[in-house]
Design a protein around this ligand. Structure first.
Ligand code: 13P
Ligand code: SF4
Length: 331
């Protein structure tokens, strides 16, 4: 346990950050967060470390300690550019693995190694081999929400932000799309190519229903509904816009909808509301239990003890790098 105090010096040092999150974090909660933020930022400088944070991280992490924030695509792109010695992944395990695959010489840390993902755990390399034997000649397109071992037996990776584009760009007309059945279904509505889907699902997004979206519309007049493509088809049909977390952010920034709901993990709305206090965000709270394993205490512990280091077999790194590089080239 840390004995870090909320002193006048800490208050002053975090004043600007608090200004950005004051509509989503109460002053009382800030007093317990600010000393951790100061200490994490000091350790980052001392150790030449960067923190990559996904859009689903809580605002204290997102605005307080992260150096790079974004969707899965942006985090992968930025991971190729960093000059830091240490990367701390504030996100889930497959994201930390992607950062390691792109930076095999660097130390990549994840503050909680149990931060998994229902999509990544829904498929193994043996399952991919089974799909290949069932659909010989089809190209294996893997969502980045997969393990390094699954990426290593894939032809190309995609994220929710580029899946449509990459499926169109690759030569093959037959695609094994894994592991998200709903993203596969969404992509299938956008292409004439034949898509063979795996049966995985995101445990957060599959909880939403089209009926729920209809109820939101009835309750909140003139609401604009943005949905993530990991949602089931009836949700997407009932929505006004479908996009990755970064695409939702761009939509909000450019269109400034007066009343909006994001059908996705709820920290995303907190982070956008912090930056757009003039807009009304209806916030149905679906938390990703894996993303929420990461907190300031664990990030600090990670930097202090250099744990938990993400280690991947070098052969897997080499094999998994190919489909990721292919995605980055095509993005
Ligand atoms: P994006 O941020 O790439 O849209 O992904 C959402 C997600 O569920 C990541 O786990
Ligand atoms: Fe995985 Fe869904 Fe959590 Fe994203 S939100 S990490 S897809 S379980």
């Amino acid at each position: 346990m840390h004995n870090l105090k909320y002193t006048p010096a800490v208050e002053k040092e975090t004043e600007e950050i608090y200004h950005r999150v004051q509509n989503v974090i109460t002053p009382a909660r800030w007093q317990s967060m600010a000393p951790l933020i100061v200490e994490i930022n000091r350790l980052k400088r001392e150790k030449n470390a960067v923190i990559l944070a996904h859009n689903y991280q809580t605002p204290d992490i997102f605005y307080g300690v992260a150096d790079i924030v974004g969707d899965s695509l942006k985090l992968a792109q930025e991971a190729t550019k960093t000059t830091a010695d240490i990367i701390v992944q504030a996100g889930v395990y497959f994201m930390a693995e992607t950062a390691k695959i792109l930076n095999p010489q660097k130390t990549v840390l994840i503050p909680d190694p149990l931060a998994g993902c229902s999509l990544a755990s829904s498929i193994t390399p043996d399952d991919v081999a089974l799909m290949r034997s069932k659909y010989p000649g089809a190209t294996v397109v893997s969502y980045v929400n997969t393990s390094a071992a699954v990426k290593a037996v894939s032809d190309v990776c995609v994220t929710s932000g580029n899946a449509e584009k990459i499926v169109e760009a690759i030569e093959s007309d037959e695609i094994i799309f894994l592991p998200d059945q709903y993203l596969a279904h969404y992509v299938a509505t956008k292409t004439t190519k034949k898509i063979y889907a795996w049966k995985g699902a995101c445990e957060v997004h599959e909880l939403f229903t089209g009926k729920y979206v209809d109820e939101l519309r009835a309750e909140h007049k003139n609401i604009v509904v943005l949905a993530h493509p990991e949602c089931p088809p009836d949700v997407l049909e009932a929505s006004d816009y479908i996009g990755s977390t970064a695409q939702m952010q761009t939509y909000i920034e450019q269109k400034q909808p007066a009343r909006v709901v994001l059908i996705t993990e709820c920290s995303m709305s907190d982070n956008l509301f912090a930056a757009n206090p003039n807009l009304e965000f209806i916030r149905p709270c679906q938390l990703c239990p894996h993303m929420k394993r990461i907190d300031l205490e664990k990030i600090l512990h990670s930097l202090e003890t250099m744990t938990h280091e993400v280690l991947i077999d070098p052969d897997i790194i080499t094999a998994a790098r190919r489909p990721i590089d292919r995605m980055l080239e095509l993005s």
